[in-house]
Design a protein around this ligand. Structure first.
Ligand SMILES: NC(=O)C1=CN([C@@H]2O[C@H](COP(=O)(O)OP(=O)(O)OC[C@H]3O[C@@H](n4cnc5c(N)ncnc54)[C@H](O)[C@@H]3O)[C@@H](O)[C@H]2O)C=CC1
Ligand SMILES: O=C(CO)COP(=O)(O)O
Length: 315
């Protein structure tokens, strides 16, 4: 396909998600180059004249790759896009914070939504969100990826969009446990809905807007990952419920389940800041092998009874 507005796009990370995004941009007629740490092309060659640099590196590699990019010439006009869903253990930074601190003069856009890469590779329809403090940058990225099979919305709340995609991974592990234990549809609906409340609570604390969590990058991604065996995070929970150890599960898992590390980081930060995160807390104890899936369920069901919401008018 030819494209009069063809952009030069560098994709960093040739895993499942980087490859799917590269294919979407290439199908729209953009010039796409993909860099992988195992590939033949150098980072310098892939970045040359890039108008958009998109990172789909898993969380553990983001800071290192950002430092490598920083050592190379990058125009201040270049837009960075981050598609990673995780939190850095040492700093609790989100990926966009790492990219923005490495490139303070460049626009940074977060791309996140209900996007199971296998379905996107099968050319099934999907929607996503691109969020930035700089609206024109989000619009430019929207144009690069939008097509009749990938609907891209802009959003002005990058923190909310990024946290939605990150926090839902922990709830997806819990949802996998719920299905693995065959707890039924009512239990799953209760878990996912209270999971969303937990995500909003954390997100608000960290500066995200409530409405964003009710959109594609929050509720949307929560529904996708909590209901699909294609989700690696869901698979982790499902297999823990079958009695496997975390080590056994991770040794056979294809790709990255970011929720495992996110849960630890989130738990530490929530404790420091006194944010109640009951579901995350049980997932954390389960991942650490401190409790069984059944004990996690009992802990959640037998918490103190309380109102569903604290309304502002006191009712
Ligand atoms: N696969 C999916 O359906 C989706 C994944 N994501 C997110 O995208 C990110 C990547 O996910 P996948 O592509 O599925 O994972 P993956 O495991 O298939 O690929 C990860 C990529 O990161 C690279 N990488 C890891 N550490 C590195 C380092 N130190 N230096 C350089 N490169 C390094 C790997 O070589 C690989 O290319 C994750 O944060 C995930 O949550 C987001 C939406 C959808
Ligand atoms: O984020 C995803 C879908 O939006 C992918 O989920 P997993 O990382 O659990 O596979």
């Amino acid at each position: 396909m030819t494209n009069d507005n063809s952009q030069s796009v560098a994709i960093l990370g040739a895993g499942a998600w980087g490859t799917a995004l590269a294919n979407l941009a290439a199908a729209n007629g953009h010039q796409v180059r993909v860099w992988s740490r195992w590939g033949e092309e150098t980072l310098e060659a892939v970045l040359e004249d890039a108008q958009i640099i998109l990172s789909a590196i898993s969380m553990k590699g983001v800071r290192d790759v950002a430092a490598q990019v920083k050592s190379l010439p990058v125009s201040p006009e270049t837009i960075f896009v981050t598609a990673t869903k995780g939190l850095e253990p040492e700093t609790t930074c989100t990926p966009s914070q790492i990219w923005q601190s490495a490139f303070p003069d460049n626009a940074v856009v977060v791309l996140s939504g209900p996007n199971l890469s296998k379905e996107i590779e099968m050319e099934l329809p999907a929607a996503t969100v691109v969020a930035s403090n700089i609206f024109t940058a989000a619009q430019a990225v929207q144009l690069v990826f939008s097509s009749n099979r990938f609907r891209v919305y802009t959003n002005p709340d990058p923190v909310g969009v990024e946290l939605g995609g990150t926090l839902k991974n922990v709830i997806a592990i819990a949802a996998g446990v719920c299905d693995g234990l065959q707890l039924g549809t009512n239990a799953k609906a209760g878990l996912v809905t209270r999971g969303l409340t937990e995500m909003v609570r954390i997100g608000n604390f960290w500066g995200a807007k409530t409405e964003t969590f009710y959109g594609l990058s929050g509720l949307g991604d929560l529904l996708a990952t909590c209901n699909s065996p294609l989700s690696r995070n869901y698979q982790v929970g499902y297999q823990l419920a079958a009695g496997k150890t975390l080590e056994e599960v991770l040794s056979h898992l294809q790709g990255t389940a970011e929720g495992v590390n996110t849960c630890r980081v989130l738990m530490q930060r929530a404790r420091q800041q006194n944010i109640p995160v009951p579901i995350t807390e049980q997932v954390d104890r389960l991942l650490q092998g401190k409790i069984t899936p059944q004990q996690a369920l009992d802990e959640l069901m037998l918490r103190d009874i309380k109102p569903e919401y604290h309304f502002e008018d006191g009712n």
